[in-house]
Design a protein around this ligand. Structure first.
Ligand SMILES: [Mg+2]
Length: 133
């Protein structure tokens, strides 16, 4: 635990990926960077966790079995709408540079993408930018 000021403004991040190694890596990076990550292995788990904490940010993979990333993004929007709160900023992780997915995600209002594998520096920059909104 770092000093109190840092602990007091620890941002809560919900991170979703079906790949265990990606999850482990993200969790470690987020903790190292001073955030408070909650990890989910899929859409269903993520949507169950969503109302449990007042998340500041969602990071989600797109291609996952069952409820996929696009459905997660939509569900987060519906949830925030229902709670009458502003939409939780979302970063999309994808290993595929395919344009249709990026377009579909962009149409849902998501502006931040990270293509796996990403550089730590880039990851932290996108996080800070998303949380500053
Ligand atoms: Mg995946």
């Amino acid at each position: 635990m770092k000093d109190q000021t840092v602990a007091a403004r620890k941002k809560k991040i919900l991170a979703i990926d079906d790949d265990g190694l990606v999850r482990k890596t993200l969790e470690l990076l987020l903790k190292e960077a001073g955030y408070e990550p909650t990890m989910a292995a899929g859409g269903q788990e993520a949507l169950e966790l969503l109302p449990q904490k007042n998340f500041d940010l969602v990071i989600t993979d797109i291609r996952m079995p069952g409820i996929d990333g696009l459905q997660v993004i939509q569900a987060v929007r519906d949830y925030c709408g229902g709670m009458k709160r502003s939409v939780i900023p979302t970063i999309v992780l994808t290993a595929y540079k395919d344009e249709p997915i990026r377009q579909a995600v962009a149409r849902m209002g998501v502006k931040e993408f990270l293509l796996k594998p990403f550089k730590l520096e880039e990851f932290l920059k996108v996080l800070e930018r998303s949380l500053a909104k």
